[in-house]
Ligand binder design. Structure first.
Ligand code: ATP
Ligand code: MG
Length: 403
């Protein structure tokens, strides 16, 4: 038994002791049969959520109304979900309510693809009612049951099919692809948040190039925020080496290719975290600066900061087809030689300057700090309190004139 399953075995044992059925299900079973590294181990059980909460000491209620309780055990967390059907689908998305059932087979039947619809018991016996193993061997993504019906129940599954292409480098079965083409408009009903999760996985997994091609061929992109008319740009984006980039850099590169009217509005459409939106927006500003200036000047490097500078250099090199780690190292080296790396390193503060001039605070203080930074960066002034004070007093007049 693979280690992650062995570690989770006591959870199944405990549920059995209480008289319930319990199995490992979904992605972990799939990945173990593929002899791939196993991600999260999910468990399906005949115990209802309140019973799971009673049986285990440490639980988190993340979606009891959908049958899911997280069990915290030995520093790991496990999603324990009650066998259920999803009979009432509302508006082509997640079910409004769930019905608990007593059969494993029924639970597996509501799952999206055959390769995700297998279970494994405590003795490693595999339960495969829908030929998931055969599809694993044939490297095929196929819905459990009629694809059009399954996509009408939950349209996100169409995007998930593409996500598994990127993750596994499998082919989507031809009638599943046809059903995606026929039902793609149903993606209109799906929340942005759910689309974002799958889209990020498409971009971050190894086989993004084939996946993006499928996304375009099936017209899924027409139902993704801000990408409705970006077929060509997506195609050229898919040919770039995304695997060397982190999450934020991938978004920045996508935006560089798409060139939307507003970077922030585009990222807001995807409901991404504010911190990421700010970071990516800053990257794009510096990509433009670097494109204009062609090289990192001392001031450009300083105002970007090391994280943005490295990311921007990476993206700049990729779009100019000259990506090389040495280029990145050179930027890191150049940054390390800067006399100061940020305003925080200045030995003098705004407060000190106000005291020195006996004047009221105002925009002149920030202007003074900027001038000091400029002098220090060009190495005409040392980052030394006395030297800075002396320098400031000699240009006192200039500040008076300006402010
Ligand atoms: P990964 O290893 O990347 O997490 P996964 O197969 O575990 O892949 P999840 O999104 O974590 O994928 O979902 C867990 C399981 O829940 C799936 O394997 C599948 O059986 C089921 N599932 C998830 N989303 C859906 C859906 N929209 N419709 C039907 N079944 C789903
Ligand atoms: Mg999972």
């Amino acid at each position: 038994m693979d280690t992650p399953f062995a570690e989770a075995k006591p959870i199944l044992q405990k549920l059995h002791l209480e008289g319930y059925e319990a199995y490992f299900v979904g992605g972990a079973v799939r990945d173990s049969l593929l002899e791939k590294e196993i991600g999260d181990v999910d468990i399906a059980t005949s115990a209802e959520p309140h019973e799971v909460q009673r049986i285990f000491t440490h639980t988190v209620d993340v979606g009891a109304e959908h049958g899911t309780i997280i069990v915290l055990f030995n520093e790991s967390q496990y999603e324990v979900t009650t066998f259920r059907t999803e009979s009432e689908y509302e508006g082509f998305r997640k079910p409004k309510s769930v019905t608990y059932i007593s059969s494993l087979k029924e639970d597996l039947k509501r799952r999206d693809f055959t390769i995700n619809a297998m279970a494994m018991d405590i003795n490693e016996k595999i339960y495969d009612y829908f030929d998931g193993k055969r599809d694993l061997e044939n490297r095929l993504i196929r819905t459990v049951g009629e694809p059009s019906e399954r996509f009408a129940e939950d349209a996100l599954r169409m995007l998930r099919a593409v996500r598994f292409v990127s993750q596994l480098n499998f082919t989507v079965s031809s009638n599943t692809v046809e059903a995606i083409k026929d039902n793609v408009h149903l993606l209109k009903e799906i929340s942005v948040e759910r689309k974002t999760v799958e889209f990020i996985k498409i971009l971050k997994n190894n086989h993004y190039q084939v996946a993006i091609k499928l996304l375009i061929d099936t017209n899924i992109h027409k139902y993704l925020p801000g990408l409705e008319t970006c077929r060509q740009q997506l195609m050229s984006f898919s040919c770039l080496p995304l695997s060397v980039l982190n999450n934020e850099e991938i978004w920045a590169l996508l935006l560089y290719k798409i060139k939307p009217a507003s970077v922030e509005s585009f990222l807001r459409l995807w409901k991404l975290p504010v911190k990421l939106i700010k970071h990516v927006s800053k990257m794009l500003i510096f990509i433009d600066y670097l494109s204009e200036q062609k090289k990192w000047t001392t001031e450009l490097l300083y105002s970007a900061g090391i994280d943005i500078a490295v990311s921007v250099e990476r993206i700049f090199a990729i779009v100019n087809d000259c990506y090389d780690e040495k280029r990145i190292n050179k930027v890191v080296e150049q940054f390390s030689r800067l006399p100061i790396k940020s305003r925080r390193e200045l030995v003098i503060t705004g407060h000190d300057i106000i005291k020195l001039f006996h004047k009221r605070p105002g925009p002149w203080v920030s202007a003074a700090l900027s001038s000091i930074e400029k002098e220090i960066l060009s190495e005409t002034l040392k980052n030394d309190r006395e030297a800075i004070k002396e320098w400031l007093l000699t240009c006192n007049l200039n500040f008076e004139q300006n402010y």
